[in-house]
Design a protein around this ligand. Structure first.
Ligand code: PGA
Length: 291
């Protein structure tokens, strides 16, 4: 960003027209926002335990959303999808935490994309690290979930990320590359309009250890390069890459100030109305620059 500011300064200094730096920055930021609208998402996992609690929590969260808020989605347990949809109206999207890629048949407990679409669900998660480890979902299985969701006209957040030992071995980039390439196999550039990525280092999920904004930014930038290699610059610029792993109201502003961090996937901190502070984050650096 600093290099960028210097070049803007030189451009303005050498220009005969009277364009203010703040105007240029505003235009540039608007262009970025136009390309990638911030997306704040909550992942309730196996919570809460009753329908009444789900309705109360969703109602509280929805009440924090204003016309200025970013796009918001809540990924909730299957039994609560419809009551939460009713509680939040059009304030936010209600998504599914996973899906079963098969089309029907003998798959006890399965929930297909077609079933989800039939109750107006637009978004689903795929590849969450808990599904990868606890449910032994492979990259191939996750890929078939992505493909089926997209075939159904739905949108997907593909979750990727390395474990602590992989991080310590400096393997974050290569793990993300494998998970992106395998997870998105067969997904067209057009379908990428309905794909967001969530970079969630496994060592930061539910541990209170958050990746610093600098670490997260550097992996996000690498992921964007990988998407560029796969789909070209336009798709890479348009694809939203969310950060996930112990995001909370105190940390969100620093993370979302980074140029390649376009939103958040939030677990624990999405289970109270304080999630409203995450939703209405204030990206410190950008605000300072624009003002
Ligand atoms: P966390 O969970 O915010 O509680 O770390 C994030 C996630 O699992 O998506």
């Amino acid at each position: 960003m600093k290099v960028f500011l210097v070049s803007i300064f030189c451009l303005v200094a050498s220009s005969s027209s009277f364009i203010s730096i703040s105007n240029i920055l505003k235009q540039t930021t608007d262009t970025k926002l136009l390309f990638r609208k911030p997306f704040i998402t909550g992942n309730w996992k196996l919570n809460p335990q009753t329908k009444d609690e789900a309705i109360e929590l969703a109602t509280d969260i929805a009440s924090t959303i204003t016309p200025e808020s970013p796009e918001v989605a809540l990924f909730v347990p299957f039994p609560f999808i419809e009551c939460v949809q009713k509680a939040v109206g059009d304030k936010l999207q209600v998504g599914a935490e996973t899906c079963t890629p098969e089309d029907g048949g003998a798959f006890t407990s399965g929930i297909s994309p077609a079933m989800l679409a039939s109750i107006r669900v637009k978004w689903a998660l795929a590849g969450h690290s808990e599904r990868r480890t606890i449910n032994k979902e492979t990259d191939e299985y996750i890929n078939s979930q992505c493909v089926k969701l997209l075939d159904q006209g739905m949108s997907v957040i593909l979750c990727i990320g390395e474990t602590l030992s992989e991080f310590e071995l400096n393997l974050a980039r290569s793990i993300c590359e494998v998970q992106l390439k395998k997870g998105l196999a067969g997904v067209s550039a057009d379908d990428m309009l309905r794909v967001s990525i969530a970079y969630e280092p496994v060592w930061a999920i539910g541990t209170g250890k958050v990746a610093t904004p600098e670490i997260a930014q550097s992996v996000h930038a690498e992921c964007r390069k990988i998407i560029q290699d796969m789909y070209g610059e336009k798709v890479a610029e348009e694809t939203r890459i969310l950060y996930g792993g112990s995001v909370n109201p105190e940390l969100v502003d620093g993370l979302l100030a980074k140029p390649d961090i376009d939103g958040a996937l939030v677990g624990g901190a999405s289970l109270s109305a304080a999630f409203g502070r995450v939703i209405n984050f204030q990206p410190l650096e950008e605000t300072t620059l624009i003002d």
